[in-house]
Every structure is written in structure tokens, then in C-alpha cells.
Design a protein around this ligand. Structure first.
Ligand code: ZN
Length: 148
């Protein structure tokens, strides 16, 4: 990923080589599969939601470094959060990735800000957003989502 700063590269590489929550959640009650045909990224997301709160989350799948790093960071950021908060994080991330130059909600984004450089690479946006759309799909009861 030429152009991303060294710091961004480092964080992406770390999440890619050691993704967080890379596991199947046996007690998951909301799951969805996501697919990004543009790049071939594929993800299965597992959510265990209890009383409006994301008690546990995990993902499995194959894909490029950006998709894996984004999925890893996504699971970290939504774990333990309420559904309402997860929605806010989704919105902040979506805004950051799809609207270059937009003002960022850094309080909500936290470490996710490290993926902001992706918005300069239109073909990579689908990779970064895949896990997030899959999360939305799982929470709204859809079992599959494909980025277009
Ligand atoms: Zn990809």
C-alpha cells in the first residue's frame, strides 16, 4: 500500500498477521456472510447479542490485508458495545471511508482512524467496508451481503 504512512502500514500489518477475534463464536445468535467480488474478500461474522449489547464477536474468512485489518479493528471496536453505539461507530467509519476530507469523529473512531488513508484508494474502500456491511447485515437479520 504505497502512500499510506509508516504508522498506518504498521498497524495494518499487525492486525493482518494477528487479527483480533479471529474465531467462530459458538453461541452467536446473529451471523452473516459478506463478500467483496472486486477483490475476493470473504468474511463470516458471528455476533452474540444479549439485551441489546454485543457480548461477543468473531470473524473468519479470507481476504486481503485491508479487509482483514478492518474486520479485526471492527470487532475490537464493537465488542461490549450496545447496538446503538455500534450503529454510531458504523456511521462514523462509513463517513470517514467514503467521504475523503470530511471531519472525523475521533472520539467514536479511536484506532479506526488509522484506516482513514484507505479513502484515497477507491478500489480498496470495498475491502475496508466489507466487515462493517456484514455487521449491519447480521444485526438486521440478513444472512448475506455483497459489496458492489
Ligand atoms: Zn480486499
Amino acid at each position: 500500500m504505497a502512500g499510506l504512512s509508516d504508522l498506518y502500514q504498521e498497524i495494518l500489518l499487525e492486525h493482518n498477521s494477528k487479527p483480533h477475534n479471529f474465531k467462530k463464536v459458538e453461541e452467536a445468535n446473529q451471523t452473516a456472510d459478506g463478500f467483496n467480488p472486486l477483490c475476493g474478500d470473504q468474511i463470516t461474522l458471528y455476533l452474540k447479542v444479549v439485551d441489546g449489547q454485543i457480548d461477543d464477536v468473531g470473524f473468519q474468512g479470507t481476504g486481503c490485508a485491508i479487509s482483514r485489518a478492518s474486520a479485526s479493528m471492527m470487532t475490537q471496536s464493537i465488542k461490549g458495545q450496545t447496538l446503538e453505539r455500534a450503529e454510531q461507530i458504523f456511521d462514523a467509519f462509513h463517513h470517514m471511508i467514503t467521504e475523503p476530507g470530511a471531519e472525523l469523529d475521533l472520539d467514536t473512531l479511536g484506532d479506526l482512524e488509522t484506516l482513514s488513508g484507505v479513502n484515497e484508494y477507491p478500489t480498496r474502500i470495498k475491502c475496508a467496508i466489507l466487515a462493517w456491511h456484514t455487521m449491519k447485515a447480521a444485526l438486521s437479520g440478513e444472512s448475506e451481503v455483497t459489496t458492489e
